[in-house]
Ligand binder design. Sequence first.
Ligand code: SF4
Length: 370
Amino acid sequence: MTAVAPGTTGRQAEHGDVLLRVQGAVKHFPIKQGIVLQREVARVHAVDGVDLEVRRGETLGLVGETGCGKSTLARLIAGLHPLTAGTIEFDGHDLSNLSRKAMRPYRRDIQMIFQDPYGSLNPRRRVGSIIGDPFDIHGVSKGAGRKKQVQELMEVVGLNPEHFNRFPAEFSGGQRQRIGVARALALKPKLIICDEPVSALDVSIQAQVINLLDDLQKEFGLTYVFIAHDLSVVRHVSDRVAVMYLGKVMEVAEVADLYESPRHPYTNALLSAVPVADPDLADRRDRIILKGDVPSPVNPPSGCPFHPRCPKAQQVCVDVMPPLVPAAEFGDPPDHRKACHFPVAEGEDLTLATPGISQVSTEPALDAGA
Ligand code: SF4
């Protein structure tokens, strides 16, 4: 397997029909008060109207700051949370708020790999038993056949099948994540949601796990939703990337379009913060420093939720949430969509922009070269 140099675009491939379609997905978590009569006093707007498509055989990267709703969206897709509103269609079937029983056949097809290879494995259970859990839950295989299948899975993900009876503590961090990958693969799923699968691992181990996921995708025709906050990793693994902010998708595009022509000011700010290996390039480029923190999802800003931090914000941004549409004025392809009233033009210097509204902080909106 060849490694892709940091900063290059790792993937550009043709993909099939739409496997997953999310439309107007909303997830609000109520905040309640009172000991006896628990009254709802507020709501956390974790996911707030997301439209997204994932094509068969592709990897969709999902990025955004902590608390932007990407993990909640993953759990909605996996059926681990009920939707507040909207629909989720998977492989032609409407999965929106199915009962546990009705959801059961689809759980086989949608699996998750979690961030923490330590916390997601029961330390008191043997690895063979952990990997074989999906077989038990879905009544697929028992006895010697089950053991053989588990050992085959261990081999597929690069674990020694002889270690079937070991406990998780006897494996390294990277090996434990391979255990999680083997468990996710057990039922031959169509879609795997990778929720920050490498962020708890050392860099050298990250590369091994990413290469393993890449190999498995090619071998088994898997489709991935890959959640991460490391934009270099997302660039390497993804075919398309969606950028989330405060529960909404702000921009989505083929990986090369997004990294080379980001249209949304938030995407521009995120990308300007990615470390680059070339010191000359690092000196030349202007880093965009966003002011203030991400607003609370309990009381998100009106209109475009990025307006309190956006260097281009105008009154219309406060009043109206822009739709997620292509920037036709720049000739962008139809699948490069951004939710912004004033998208960023090629070569535009956002460090020189001035917001047309008063914002949350008196600090300058942007500092160049910090
Ligand atoms: Fe949002 Fe307006 Fe900034 Fe676009 S220009 S990101 S719509 S605040």
